[in-house]
Design a protein around this ligand. Structure first.
Ligand SMILES: [Zn+2]
Length: 86
């Protein structure tokens, strides 16, 4: 009997699974993450990641983050802040 191990690569943004690392990387670059249903911890981690990228790059760069993902995170963060005030 032969044992074969299969690696599965999972998109960090949406959880979609791929059998090749390359396929997953290509997908991740274009994957739009929305935050409406994300946990507050996930949203906070994303925002902290953006803050870290401001330290790493001279111009605040959101390297690899699609604009739509960034917009979704900001809008959802703002909504939750307002909600927390009530
Ligand atoms: Zn994805």
């Amino acid at each position: 009997m032969k044992e074969r191990k299969i690696s599965v690569y999972v998109c960090d943004r949406c959880g979609k699974e791929f059998d090749s690392q390359e396929g997953c990387e290509i997908h991740e670059r274009n994957c739009i993450e929305t935050f409406e249903s994300a946990t507050t911890e996930r949203l906070a981690e994303f925002l902290e990641g953006i803050a870290r990228s401001c330290d790493l790059y001279a111009r605040p760069a959101f390297t690899g983050v699609p604009t739509q993902t960034f917009k979704s995170a900001m809008k959802e963060a703002a909504r939750r802040l307002r909600e927390g005030q009530k």
